[in-house]
Design a protein around this ligand. Structure first.
Ligand code: ASP
Length: 435
């Protein structure tokens, strides 16, 4: 049995968080492979080390004096070292980094130093071996992870050292140049490592006790989701629930490794388990998420035109302007293309005029006041009438539904409402469908 445990930035934000991590790791003999983020925020007005490193890079680029930012970064690490009486030679680490600072220094390399030093400190504190992610996470030159080489390197390191700490967030190209994932990418490192080692479980330790059924900014004290499938999680994350980095699920899903979202500040809470299939049927729906600010372009074709060819031509225009299409509800003579406002902000006039040039398009109506709300639940498939219930609940609140879509796996019902009705819709669905 092997547990791969990833601790996010808030879990290693200061000395007391380091102590909690140690207690958690020591509580289970099988937590042998640890991935860490860089020191994050514990208090609201703390800064994340990664943000400070990006800021340091901006100072370098614009030739602005950077001593203050550099000292801020260094001090955060030094304080923890002193308080925990670690031996790590931070003076040399930071002297070395100071020597490397210049305008040409790669931003990705500099950003990765947060995870690099944090992992060294955590390794010493736990009595584990530090293994640099640059030797484990192998990118090819197109920026994709080379699975074979990565798996081989991770397995070799584990066989050799047995208890290891790996910095998250980065790896290297074949020539050794550092490459980072996108922000929050330590989750992906953890997933890749868990898959490579065939872990029994991938524990993702953060500062919330699992995934909530709705956004706590909209619903007071929403219930925790006990179990959720990988696919449901992807739907919820896509629609705005921010829990894990979006790309985390794929590696673990391929290896069928459960993810357990846990809270470093409340380790006895079972959190949320994410697996391929779940047997918990206690709730009809698994969760609700949503995003504001979408635009729909409703295109009506001329009487004789072939709808498919008009649709194809219109989608080509969206493609030309690199606009990501979210939904395409259709009816007999018309269809709507729903996109995020931010995607069409700059090109909306050109886009509409180009669509209008098509002689088979009778007219196009633009509505830029749409919120999308997704009601997600694997248990909806087996229970007829759930979508009817959802629409009924929204209707009873006098909320006008502008658009409806249902995913083909019947996992998600998506409704479009006015932005002003966003919170009201989520509240109504939550209050009526969650036990
Ligand atoms: N430290 C990086 C970030 O802040 C990566 C991570 O925490 O996962 O985005």
């Amino acid at each position: 049995m092997l547990v791969v445990a990833k601790f996010g930035g808030s879990s290693v934000a200061n000395t007391s968080q380091f102590q909690k991590v140690k207690a958690i790791v020591e509580a289970k003999e099988n937590r042998k492979v640890i991935i860490v983020s860089a020191l994050g925020k514990k208090e609201k007005n703390d800064s994340k080390i990664t943000d400070l490193l990006y800021l340091l890079h901006a100072h370098l680029c614009y030739s602005v004096p950077y001593d203050n930012v550099f000292s801020m970064i260094k001090n955060r690490f030094c304080n923890i070292k002193e308080e925990l009486q670690l031996k790590i030679d931070l003076e040399s680490e930071f002297n070395q980094l100071a020597k490397e600072l210049n305008k040409e220094l790669s931003m990705e390399y500099l950003a990765s130093r947060g995870e690099y030093i944090t992992a060294k400190m955590v390794a010493e504190y736990l009595g584990y071996t530090f293994v640099d992610a640059k030797d484990l996470i192998c990118f090819d030159y197109s920026g994709l992870v080379n699975d074979k080489e990565t798996e081989k390197a991770i397995n070799e390191a584990y066989q050799k050292y047995h208890k290891i700490v790996i910095p998250g967030f980065y790896g290297a190209y074949p020539n050794g140049t550092i490459k980072t994932f996108s922000r929050g990418g330590s989750d992906i490192t953890g997933a890749i490592v868990a898959k490579a080692l065939g872990a029994t479980v991938y524990e993702n330790w953060t500062d919330v006790s699992g995934i909530l059924m709705a956004d706590p900014k909209v619903i007071d004290n929403p219930k925790r989701i006990n179990q959720i499938t990988y696919n449901e999680l992807r739907e919820l994350s896509y629609m705005g629930a921010s829990v894990l980095h979006e790309e985390t699920v794929f590696p673990v899903q391929e290896g069928n490794i459960p993810i357990n979202i846990l809270n470093t500040n409340e380790p006895e809470n079972p959190g949320t388990i994410i697996t391929e299939n779940c047997d918990d049927n206690s709730q009809i729906i698994t969760g609700i998420a949503g995003k504001k600010h979408f635009t729909s372009f409703t295109v009506t074709k001329t009487h004789n035109a072939d709808k498919l060819s008009v649709l194809r031509a219109v989608l080509n225009v969206f493609d030309k302007y690199k606009v990501n299409v979210e939904h395409i509800p259709t009816s007999i003579d018309s269809f709507s293309v729903v996109v995020a406002n931010s995607d069409v902000e700059k090109c909306i006039y050109d886009l509409v005029s180009e669509i209008n040039k098509n002689e088979e398009v009778k007219n196009i109506i633009v509505d830029n006041d749409i919120s999308l709300i997704a009601v997600v639940g694997r248990n909806m498939v087996t229970k007829p009438g759930i979508s009817g219930k959802v629409f009924g609940i929204i209707g009873n609140e006098n909320i006008n539904i502008k658009m409806i879509a249902q995913g083909s796996q019947e996992l998600t019902i998506i409704v479009g409402v006015c932005n002003k009705d966003f919170e009201k819709t989520i509240k109504a669905v939550y209050d009526n469908l969650v036990n």
